[in-house]
Design a protein around this ligand. Structure first.
Ligand code: PMV
Length: 309
């Protein structure tokens, strides 16, 4: 039996603007993971998605809607690995909440490709994994920038710009991020489409907002590399209202950001597509618990604190 996993991710700054060519920064969230086991045997290539409660034999009829991107990814990965279709049971499980901006779809996809490669005793490099997963992500997202599967496939903090090689960030000083799940599902594809329509109605205003966000990201890259955490927090604080101006915040996300700041977070903002999903807060060791508990007090369903280094 072979086993593979992949981490969740959080976008530190730059979501949405990254779809329109601006840079963004994303980090892996290592303690939340998607896991895949691949066992020989069974009938055909069977894919079992534990969390979705679905199972499907690849190549036999049409898969359930929610399994379609994964089944397509199994097919393309098997072709990439040589085209064989032996009897295999592939089981997918994920601890990453779905549709919360934590990259659950991309993490499951990356783990799936790695698990299949492991079955054939192959080690694919992150670039190969990334390329295979991009197709599946397009299905989840519509027009994904590619940041999710890139940070997850590499498992390192990245500075990402569409159409360019990712840059790996040297974190000047390790830092702590508190991540709070608002509990509200928000499918990325729908929010990205809403932003697209709003930008088509008001192109000048939206382009100006994207540019302003891109400038914050460039400053944040420097702050992160130089270990200037106060500066980084301040830039996150400035990113949040710009996301609100794009129309992707919500009263509950704004409330979580305020609660984190009041409890002493260095910076806080929504993370991912928005309208639901997660808020992230840059915290110090001394106040991590205080901020996490303030976030739960404000209604967060789950909080974790992760170290980025
Ligand atoms: O998957 P999410 O919710 O983290 O969103 C990805 C970030 C967006 O910028 C909103 C979309 C994209 O493709 O980059």
């Amino acid at each position: 039996m072979k086993f593979a996993s992949a981490p969740a991710k959080a976008i530190l700054l730059g979501e949405h603007a990254v779809v329109y060519g601006q840079p963004a920064i994303a980090v892996p969230v290592t303690q939340l993971r998607a896991k895949v086991t691949v066992e020989p045997g069974g009938e055909g290539v069977r894919l079992i998605a534990r969390d979705l409660g679905h199972s499907h034999i690849v190549g036999e009829g049409s898969p359930p809607e929610s399994l379609k991107p994964l089944v397509a990814l199994v097919e393309s990965t098997l072709d990439y690995l040589g085209g064989e279709r032996p009897a295999l049971t592939i089981t997918v499980e994920s601890a990453i909440p779905i549709a919360r901006g934590l990259g659950s779809g991309a993490a499951v996809s990356v783990a799936l490709v790695r698990g299949l490669a492991a079955h054939w005793e192959r080690r694919l490099d992150p670039q190969e994994v990334s390329a295979l997963v991009y197709e599946a992500e397009r299905f989840h997202h519509g027009t994904p920038s590619g940041i999710d599967h890139t940070v997850i496939a590499y498992g390192r903090p990245i500075y990402f710009q569409r159409g360019q090689e990712p840059q790996f960030l040297r974190v000047g000083r390790p830092f702590l991020l508190a991540i709070a799940d608002s509990g509200v599902e928000s499918p990325t594809k729908a929010v990205v489409e809403e932003v697209r329509q709003a930008r088509d109605r008001e192109p000048r205003r939206y382009e100006a907002l994207f540019k302003e966000i891109g400038a914050l990201v460039q400053e944040a890259k420097k702050a992160l590399e130089e270990g200037e955490l106060d500066r980084l927090g301040h830039l996150m604080d400035r990113n949040h209202p710009l996301l609100r101006d794009l129309g992707v915040s919500s009263p509950s996300l704004d409330g979580l950001v305020r609660a984190a700041k009041k409890a002493g977070a260095i910076g806080a903002k929504l993370s991912g597509a928005g309208q639901g999903g997660c808020v992230i807060a840059l915290v110090r060791e001394e106040n991590r618990e205080e901020v996490a508990s303030a976030l739960r007090g404000e209604g967060a369903q789950m909080t974790i604190v992760t170290e980025v280094s």
